[in-house]
Design a protein around this ligand. Structure first.
Ligand code: ADP
Length: 354
């Protein structure tokens, strides 16, 4: 491709070639019309026309076109020009060809489109969250309202039902309190207000603490809490003890809530490599159908709506687990098969050797 055919001409090159053509034509006309003046005059005309055309053309381009482009650049960057940008406008921008400028603008447009898509997705997420939240609040509030109205309507004087109704209202209040606590926890985690404070500890000790907290519930449901054989060797991890306890509590509680009566919950702690430990909490409960697995960590997502609600779940437990693990820069996963059971696993940083 010849130089003139290329589309990527900078103003300098454009002025150069225009000057060259005009001065050549000028010199040619002089040579043809007044051959007596000789080649010497044609040469001078050529040089003078070239210089004048080149500068006039260059100046016009700079002034009329580049000023406009500069405005576009200023507009798309939307900021008052910094020193760096001024340097760009004065020195780099004038060297750019129209194609490069159009590429820049196109890139800018793509970037904006992506930003808009993210904003729209966030907006959708916010709407769904509010809808879910209203729904979650409505159920216990309506229930409390129902019991209180019935009691005020006369049931208060009926000893056969009054205590029962008050107990039921109290359960709904407990549920509201749990929901608010979980929401508080998740919003604090999201805002990054509570920092991750890491320390070294033995992960099995923390699992034992979590088991201890649920010993009564496990007894009631006749569910065995144990460690996977061969993974009892104490493993030191480096993490936020308080928050990992919360993770273990949420996962063990789920295993107990959803697990079958007479079943078992087993925790395995494995050393993956020199840097990571893998903790997995498994149950032999009803399991989760495959279509739910990818969404199970979303806020308010439930595989079995009515079961989760009747058990008293807020639908936020796994979302909190995911938040905590990701705030540690680690990952969480789930494996499950309906009728066989579920395993929730997460990685942790291995204790640093000093
Ligand atoms: P919830 O408060 O409803 O338990 P979670 O976020 O803890 O909320 O869990 C989300 C959903 O995942 C639950 O509603 C339940 O359907 C499913 N789930 C969680 N853990 C288990 C498990 N161990 N076995 C079966 N289903 C589970």
């Amino acid at each position: 491709m010849s130089v003139l055919e290329t589309k990527n001409l900078s103003p300098k090159a454009l002025s150069f070639y225009t000057g060259l053509i005009i001065s050549f034509v000028n010199a040619l006309i002089i040579a043809i019309v007044r051959p007596e003046t000789g080649l010497y005059v044609s040469l001078i005309v050529f040089v003078l026309t070239f210089i004048v055309t080149y500068y006039v053309y260059y100046f016009t381009l700079q002034r009329f076109i580049y000023r406009k482009i500069k405005l576009i650049y200023k507009f798309i960057y939307q900021t008052k020009a910094t020193k760096k940008e001024e340097f760009f406008y004065d020195n780099i921008l004038p060297q750019k060809s129209m194609d490069e400028v159009s590429d820049d603008v196109e890139k800018w447009a793509i970037q904006r489109r992506n930003e808009i898509e993210i904003l729209q997705a966030n907006e959708q997420f916010r709407k769904e969250f509010l809808m879910n939240l209203a729904h979650e609040l409505r159920t216990p509030i309506f229930s409390i309202q129902g019991y209180v109205d019935t009691l005020l309507g006369g049931a208060l004087a009926d000893p056969a039902v009054n205590t029962k109704f008050l107990n039921n209202a109290s359960k709904s209040i407990d549920r509201l309190v749990r929901l608010v606590d979980d929401l508080d926890e998740i919003s604090k985690l999201e805002s990054g207000k509570i920092p991750i404070i890491q320390e070294s500890f033995v992960i099995q000790d923390l699992v034992k603490d979590a088991y201890e907290e649920f010993s009564l519930m496990a007894k009631e449901r006749n569910i065995q809490l144990s460690f996977k054989k061969g993974t009892e060797r104490p493993l030191q991890v480096y993490a936020d003890k308080q928050k990992i306890k919360q993770v273990l509590v949420n996962l063990v509680e789920n295993g107990l809530k959803y697990g079958n009566e007479g079943g078992s919950i087993t925790t395995g702690c494995y050393e993956i490599d020199d840097n990571s430990i893998y903790v997995e909490i498994s149950d032999d409960g009803p399991g989760i159908a495959e279509e739910h697995l990818s969404r199970i960590f979303e806020r308010f997502y439930r595989a079995d709506r009515s079961r989760s609600r009747s058990i008293g779940g807020t639908g936020l437990g796994l979302a909190i687990v995911k938040h905590i693990i990701e705030a540690h820069g680690q990952t969480v996963n789930v494996r499950s098969k309906p009728g066989v059971g579920s395993s929730f696993g997460f990685t942790l940083e291995k204790e640093k050797k000093v």
